[in-house]
Write a protein that binds this ligand. Structure first.
Ligand SMILES: Nc1ncnc2c1ncn2[C@@H]1O[C@H](COP(=O)(O)OP(=O)(O)O)[C@@H](O)[C@H]1O
Ligand SMILES: [Mg+2]
Length: 215
């Protein structure tokens, strides 16, 4: 299969000064691509642009062949709810609820079912009845990844999701995400400053001098 999931064309953006210009990027089903680059160069901004959250100053983004910044709020909400898996640095779990309840909310909203094999792979089976506030940071992060994948998204945007995890857990998370996209006809954009993690993706790109180039 080579269906295009994400197509970014001629993207330029900046806030107080230009961050990047004329960026093209494409992602097909089953593909994983890593975006590397030093801190402050605009990696997170680019990911927000790709994922419906920031309209770029110029250029267009197509997700599933639809020009996302020309859609109305309801259509964008629909795409966010059913198709996108967003794993950003800060996660938004409900702290007073158990891990299981957090997953149940996600599956209820997306009309999916909890996938026990995913919970086992992420090594959080024993934590399901614990309150989020009682889990370690690394366990919370894995619950939040389980919650995102429970929605069965078609494209995953991950922004340094393993930044606070030890090496072994980081590899585990990477393996789970790559397995997921293979088995669910999905794809992955992974933003990181860690070249070792980036090596696991099909392709690597470097954001530098306002350009995004394959390395
Ligand atoms: N909403 C915003 N308003 C103004 N400036 C912003 C905003 N978001 C990011 N920036 C600035 O854009 C630059 C790039 O930020 P970011 O995309 O987070 O970089 P990276 O993820 O590569 O570290 C930074 O200088 C940051 O302060
Ligand atoms: Mg960032």
């Amino acid at each position: 299969m080579s269906t295009s999931i994400l197509q970014a064309s001629n993207i330029s953006h900046g806030f107080d000064y230009p961050l990047f210009a004329n960026i093209d990027f494409e992602l097909k089903v089953h593909e994983s691509k890593a975006i590397l680059g030093r801190s402050g160069l605009g990696k997170s901004t680019l990911l927000h642009i790709f994922s419906t959250f920031i309209k770029p100053n110029s250029g267009y983004i197509k997700l599933f062949d639809r020009d996302i910044y020309s859609l109305d709020e309801n259509e964008i909400e629909h795409i966010r709810r059913y198709d996108l898996g967003i794993i950003f640095q800060t996660h938004y779990l409900f702290k007073g609820m158990t891990a299981l309840e957090n997953l149940e909310i996600a599956t209820m909203l997306a009309d999916t079912n909890i996938d026990n094999s995913l919970i086992e792979k992420l090594e959080i089976s024993d934590n399901m009845y614990q309150k989020i506030g009682d889990l370690s940071g690394g366990q919370q992060q894995r619950v939040s990844i389980a919650r995102v994948l429970s929605k069965k998204p078609k494209i995953i945007f991950a922004d340094e999701p393993t930044g606070n995890l030890d090496k072994e857990t980081s590899y585990l998370v990477m393996e789970v995400l790559l397995d997921y996209i293979k088995n669910n006809d999905a794809s992955l954009v992974w933003v990181t400053h860690d070249e070792n993690m980036a090596k696991f993706c099909d392709k690597r790109y470097l954001l530098k001098n306002q350009k995004l180039n394959e390395i």
